[in-house]
Design a binder for this molecule. Structure first.
Ligand SMILES: Nc1ncnc2c1ncn2[C@@H]1O[C@H](COP(=O)(O)OP(=O)(O)O)[C@@H](O)[C@H]1O
Ligand SMILES: [Mg+2]
Length: 241
């Protein structure tokens, strides 16, 4: 079966720095794939390339059978891919629901329909009580949820999550892991950049490890966590599973 997303030979340099080098990556329909690696490994750059906000220097990106290399983000999104940003940027002077509606209007051009759908997503993500508050008034954990809600409102088949758990407390992380699992249970595939190892180990069926822009390992969570190259590059000498 052809994967939902297939990336091959993907490369991007910024001046003299090769941020992503010859990256190959696949995500199957409904799969959860973790993307891990030390700071500066090229994870966020890879997301930018896949979602269309950065133009690759080389490589191919095929999503649902379409070559999407060079397509702008809104076209990639219309095909069913949504991403969250590590550096969140909601519209602070719009309400939570209005922020989510901006994502939803692409699927439901009628504002009333987009609003109804957005309220449902906001409720589902536990932000119901804040639906009509300004986004600028949210806590960090709530802003992370809003970022997720905005992406979900575009009704993706593939969701790219960039460190949605960083900075959260243990209970908040556990809740978010459950919510992400529920999103995946509805058939939405997820590519997950995450530093919170416990979360990525429990969510991902497969993990890809980047270091210095290159893929250094790939496999089942337990295998990857015990790979000596991964331990050296990233995990320290601490065994995680
Ligand atoms: N727009 C940019 N211009 C120049 N260098 C960049 C840019 N974006 C990222 N980089 C560099 O590319 C490398 C990979 O960054 P990034 O993809 O953000 O890594 P990660 O998300 O894995 O921490 C880093 O060395 C970073 O400084
Ligand atoms: Mg990053």
């Amino acid at each position: 079966m052809t994967p939902l997303l297939e990336v091959a030979g993907l490369s991007k340099r910024f001046g003299g720095l090769v941020a992503v080098k010859d990256l190959a990556l696949t995500v199957g329909g409904g799969e959860v794939v973790g993307l891990i690696g030390p700071n500066g490994a090229g994870k966020t750059t890879a997301f930018g390339l896949i979602s269309g906000s950065l133009v690759p220097d080389a490589g191919e990106i095929v999503f649902r059978g379409h070559s999407i290399k060079g397509l702008p983000p809104h076209r990639v999104c219309a095909l069913g891919m949504a991403r969250t940003f590590q550096i969140m940027r909601p519209f602070p002077r719009l309400t939570v629901v209005r922020n989510v509606m901006i994502g939803g209007l692409g699927r439901h051009p009628h504002p009333a329909a987009a609003e109804a759908r957005s309220r449902a997503i906001v409720d589902e993500l536990g932000l119901g009580a804040k639906a009509d508050h300004l986004a600028g008034s949210l806590t960090l954990a709530e802003r992370k949820r809003l970022e997720l809600a905005r992406a979900l409102a575009t009704e993706p088949v593939l969701l790219l999550l960039d460190e949605v758990m960083s900075g959260l407390g243990e209970r908040e992380t556990e809740t978010l892991v459950r919510e992400i699992r529920a999103i995946n249970a509805r058939g939405i595939a997820i590519l997950l950049i995450e530093h919170v190892m416990r979360a990525v180990m429990s969510l991902a069926q497969r993990i890809v490890v980047l270091d210095g822009g290159e893929r250094i390992a790939e496999g089942r969570p337990a295998t990857v966590a015990n790979d000596p190259r991964v331990i050296e590059a990233y995990l320290g000498d601490e065994r995680l599973v």
